[in-house]
Design a protein around this ligand. Structure first.
Ligand code: QV4
Ligand code: CA
Length: 461
């Protein structure tokens, strides 16, 4: 339950981090629908604090002031328009929701929807929430203590008591409103910091989607082993983030031999049907949560390989990250104008993005592998080949994938596919592959920047 993304069987979503609603609507229509994406994870849509020092950091969206739908990405009317325009071209919206806490101690003023607030007085009249709705102040400093992780404050963020019936009702009202507006589900921020039974009680208060079925849930639980709180406590509530896979993908790209163990259940990794997977996320790409060596857009060649492998592999439900450029200042917000409003996403003539937006989801080995994943859903890996930093495998009799770390591969392999001529998805058919009557094909890679070949039954020819 809570694992159906409601997108006609499609298999990958993209996090358009900090994009404005109007740009997301355009992207649904102009790009995501053509490439077979299932939907979009959007930044928090509700009212949040406004910071001018530092100027409009991205993390102001993680300090809610109320559940009014006015944020730096746009107004409620713009949100609704976007949800509907995306829906029309077959894409669903998953809203990042911050339910664990409100704004941090020491702050007061007015939020993005004009509501006043005073965190030190636990006063959030825009909801309204008052002191009785929060846990007493204590700070989380020991992740070995599950009570503390759930009941104390994460970096001084005023911690809501989801055991309180009124709090549960206010949260459920907020989520039900988003369901009414056409959202298909949620990414739950800091789920690890809320009791699973409280989340369950809130989920039980939610409506079915208007077209039927339970909303989709992806719970953010950072479990890298060694702590009492595990992803397993949350799998009955939907998908759960699998941060160990970020580390495994990084290790794999550096030495393909490591891809043999990319999913290590001995490590406690989440079962595939509840694992929400990604190469990096908006936190660990800037070292804000989650350890390990994380591959990001800053090393494009490695990033393409990690993403392509993730999309080809038979593990989890995939989220693609789409970032904006940032330097050593990890607080820096999205590209913005002089008045701190977020800049439009510029799309260049060659399909890449400009004005500081990275758009990894438009990079060919990532965008075009979405069709691969959609085509091979439900099949297992087979015909596995992994030698000398060259990897290849089939997915049932539906698709075949190959990748070469040094950019070159020249080997004849069993593909498991019916005979015929296939188009390489990565190069949009510039390369063709012939599978003979016994399923063998000559696999050639000669591409340093994008050393990947992938083809599917029923693909372009
Ligand atoms: C600061 C000090 C505190 C001090 C406090 C009060 O650091 O020690 O007590 O001031 O004076 C911002 C600032 C942070 C500040 C805090 C409160 O960065 O310095 O505290 O605000 O004012 C994002 C950012 C945080 C940011 C937060 C709220 O990452 O830096 O804090 O938004 O704006 C763990 C969790 C996991 C979490 C991860 C980052 O288990 O759940 O840390 N990930 C999610 C989100 C993440 C978000 C939050 C949770 C909180 O993905 O983006 O944090 O909503 O691993
Ligand atoms: Ca909590």
């Amino acid at each position: 339950e809570y694992t159906d993304p409601h997108c006609d069987g499609k298999q990958a979503i993209v996090h358009l981090f900090e994009w404005k609603w109007s740009d997301i609507a355009n992207e649904c229509e102009q790009f995501l629908s053509q490439k077979g994406f299932c939907g979009v994870q959007i930044s928090p849509a509700n009212e949040h604090i406004i910071k001018t020092n530092p100027p409009a950091p991205w993390w102001e969206r993680y300090q809610p002031i109320s559940y009014k739908l006015d944020s730096r990405s746009g107004t409620e009317a713009e949100l609704v328009d976007m949800i509907q325009r995306c829906r029309k071209v077959g894409l669903r919206i998953y809203v990042d929701v911050v339910l664990n806490h409100m704004a941090g101690l020491g702050q007061s003023g007015v939020g993005t929807a004009g509501s006043s607030f005073n965190s030190d007085n636990y006063d959030f009249p825009g909801v309204p929430f008052t002191r009785e709705h929060f846990h007493k102040h204590c700070e989380i400093n020991n992740y070995g203590d599950a009570n503390q992780v759930r009941n104390c404050y994460l970096v001084a963020l005023t911690d809501l008591d989801q055991g309180n019936e009124y709090v549960r009702n206010k949260i459920a009202e907020f989520l039900n409103r988003l369901i009414d507006l056409g959202a298909a589900g949620f990414r739950v921020d800091a789920a690890k910091h809320m009791w699973p039974q409280d989340i369950q009680a809130i989920e039980q208060k939610l409506k079915d989607l208007p077209e039927g079925g339970r909303p989709f849930f992806a719970h953010e639980v950072i479990d890298q082993g060694g702590e009492p709180i595990t992803t397993g406590e949350y799998t009955s509530l939907g998908y759960v983030t699998e941060f160990r896979y970020c580390i495994k993908l990084g290790e794999g790209v550096h030495n393909f031999g490591n891809f043999d163990n990319a999913v290590d259940y001995g490590w406690g990794m989440t079962p595939s049907d509840h694992a929400f997977v990604f190469v990096d996320n908006h936190d660990n790409q800037r070292s804000h949560g989650g350890g390990g060596h994380i591959i990001t857009h800053k090393t494009p060649r490695d990033y393409k390989m990690a993403s392509a492998f993730m999309l080809a592999n038979d593990y989890g439900f995939v989220r693609i990250m789409s970032s904006y450029e940032f330097g050593s200042n990890t607080e820096q917000g999205p590209p913005h104008n002089g008045d701190l409003s977020t800049k439009d996403v510029r799309i260049n003539a060659d399909g890449s993005c400009g004005d500081g937006w990275v758009c990894e989801h438009r990079w060919a080995p990532i965008a075009n592998m979405v069709a691969f994943r959609n085509a091979v859903v439900g099949t297992n890996k087979g015909n596995y080949y992994n030698q000398n930093n060259q990897i290849a495998f089939s997915r049932g009799n539906k698709g075949f994938f190959a990748m070469a770390r040094d950019g070159h591969m020249d080997v004849t392999l069993q593909t498991g596919l019916p005979p015929g001529q296939y188009c390489d998805l990565i190069t949009d058919c510039a390369t063709k592959i012939t599978v003979d009557g016994s399923g063998m094909a000559h696999i050639v890679i000669n591409n340093n920047e994008e050393p990947i070949v992938a083809f599917i039954v029923g693909g372009p020819t």
